[in-house]
Design a protein around this ligand. Structure first.
Ligand code: BYC
Ligand code: FE
Ligand code: FE
Ligand code: FE
Length: 469
């Protein structure tokens, strides 16, 4: 269990390593001043938040009203399995590592830095959303996601400080210096430099981009480096609430739009202050395609090396029915050949980014099916869908071409002419932003979204989840 009497709550016996403890305690004020200047801007008295208190299956979280600045970010690793063995790659079957092997130090550090960079980036992207929350319930969920992404940064900084010496401490500093959207020192991955200016974007982000987090953390949970594996295992528990916020947020927007379409027998719900389905589709197209980029190139020697070394596995590695080494296997990856979007066979190891992206795509489809059931139950013929894999890509095989959501290739000129049919235009964005008026009154909700079916931790929707300043 976590000890909250310590400056940095933790379950890693931090007090036994004074040097490490001091290093983290000297990073802590920098984190707090980053949070002050780059974190949520809406002033509050307190927020009904979940705080991690234990790592076990039962009751790991405590709920209560907390002043945001008093939130306690802790360091929690899932319980250690002393017999854990490496599940894949050339070291398969050997005991998991408690220390970083010198030969993999640079690669491990790079993966941890990239993972760590995304966490504060998302807090920065979402910092102004509190001012336009559609309800106190949603406001509370935003802050919950934000504090947990802050804790995920702590998780990576702990690993950097504990296992990567001076380089690690420098990287931990840099994680607070890069900023989302900054021209001089942007965040590392593309999607984390995009804006999240409205709540439709926020729900799309938590559905599609946090879901990349789920899949990447799933591969790092397989890592031979046991402290990384254990920290990712615990992060994944928190991540499931972020997925829930995205899934149900879009459910509720679709439900509200569908209701107004039925009641008024029209596709044009703008007159009723709701979001038209084709605008929802354009936002979906954007967030899905920038999130596909987060999986890297279709073929990558980086990922082959990570897998062979044992530092990054596959999604559900333990359930895969193969030799977990893949040295003689092949795999079909998406490719652009003679100007056509098709597939090509490559060595399985270099295709692992594609393998993970496919697992992710399958999961994304579940949400789309869910939203389409809402439309179906409202007796509406319209459907949402995931765009083609070649649509709007900036990384990988399709980075150099343009395609419609159906996968039809377009010339650069055609793309310029038609992209407003596929991606949010300035007009769409301005309209969505015009709907973003705060509803900070208890039990009330904005007109463009349906209320949730249930509240948080058994509380009703009408509960006073946030006390504003
Ligand atoms: N943007 O060999 P490739 C989360 C670079 S989200 C910009 O295909 P690789 C969260 C790449 O660095 C999860 N650059 O790449 C969600 C490489 O550069 P160098 C975050 C990109 O290494 C919401 C070059 O292109 N975690 O947790 O196989 C809220 C060649 O690429 C991008 C991770 O990503 C891009 N999108 O795969 C809060 C896990 N993609 O080396 C949190 C750790 C690639 O040639 N990261 N590049 O200079 C990784 O596993 C891998 O680095 C990647 C890329 C999957 C990202
Ligand atoms: Fe996270
Ligand atoms: Fe998340
Ligand atoms: Fe109260």
């Amino acid at each position: 269990a976590a000890d909250y009497s310590e400056k940095i709550p933790n379950n890693v016996e931090l007090h036994e390593d004074r040097r490490l403890q001091r290093a983290l305690e000297s990073w802590q004020p920098n984190f707090l001043s980053w949070w002050e200047s780059m974190g949520p801007t809406l002033p509050t008295q307190d927020v009904y938040l979940r705080t991690a208190v234990n790592v076990g299956r039962e009751g790991w979280a405590h709920f209560g009203h907390v002043a945001m600045r008093d939130y306690r970010w802790g360091i929690f690793l899932a319980e250690r399995d002393p017999d854990r063995r490496i599940g894949f790659g050339q070291h398969r079957g050997e005991p998991a590592w408690q220390q970083v092997p010198g030969e993999y130090r640079a690669d491990l550090q790079r993966l941890i830095v990239i993972q760590g960079d995304t966490e504060p980036a998302s807090v920065e992207q979402q910092r102004n959303l509190g001012a336009t929350a559609p309800s106190l319930y949603d406001l509370r969920n935003l802050f919950q996601v934000n504090v947990e992404e802050g804790r995920h940064l702590w998780a990576m900084v702990y690993l950097l400080h504990a296992h990567f010496g001076r380089d690690g401490r420098e990287e931990a500093e840099q994680l607070l210096h890069r900023n989302s959207g900054s021209l001089e020192s942007p965040r590392i991955l593309g999607a984390f430099n995009e804006e999240t200016p409205d709540w439709l974007s926020f729900f799309m982000f938590t559905y599609f981009t946090d879901r990349d987090g789920k899949y990447q953390l799933g591969t790092l949970k397989e890592s031979a480096f046991d402290p990384l594996s254990r920290t990712c295992e615990f992060m994944l528990k928190e991540e499931s609430h972020h997925m829930f916020v995205g899934t149900t947020g879009i459910d509720r927007i679709v439900a509200r739009t569908a209701q107004l379409m039925r009641e008024n027998d029209t596709d044009d719900v703008v007159a009723y202050g709701a979001i038209p389905l084709d605008t929802i589709q354009k936002y979906l197209n954007f967030h899905y395609s920038v999130s596909l980029d987060l999986f890297g190139s279709e073929t990558s020697t980086n990922v082959a090396n990570y897998f062979t070394a044992g530092i990054k596995g596959r999604w559900a590695e333990g359930r895969r029915k193969d030799d977990h080494r893949l040295t003689d296997d092949s795999f079909l990856v998406d490719a652009l050949i003679d100007g056509a979007a098709t597939q090509t066979e490559v060595a399985a190891l270099v295709g692992l980014n594609t393998d993970l992206r496919r697992e992710y795509i399958g999961d994304c489809q579940n949400g789309v099916n869910r939203w389409n059931r809402i439309l179906q139950e409202a007796d509406l013929p319209q459907r949402l869908r995931l765009p083609h894999i070649a649509f709007n890509r900036r990384v990988g095989a399709f980075a150099g071409i343009e395609a419609t959501p159906d996968g039809e290739l377009l010339s650069a000129q055609e793309w310029e002419r038609r992209k407003g049919d596929f991606l949010p235009t300035d007009v769409d964005k301005t309209y969505v932003r015009s709907l973003m008026k705060p509803v900070h009154e208890r039990g009330k909700i904005a007109a463009w979204i349906a209320p949730p079916r249930v509240g948080i931790n058994g509380r009703p929707f009408e509960y006073e989840y946030v006390h504003l300043a």
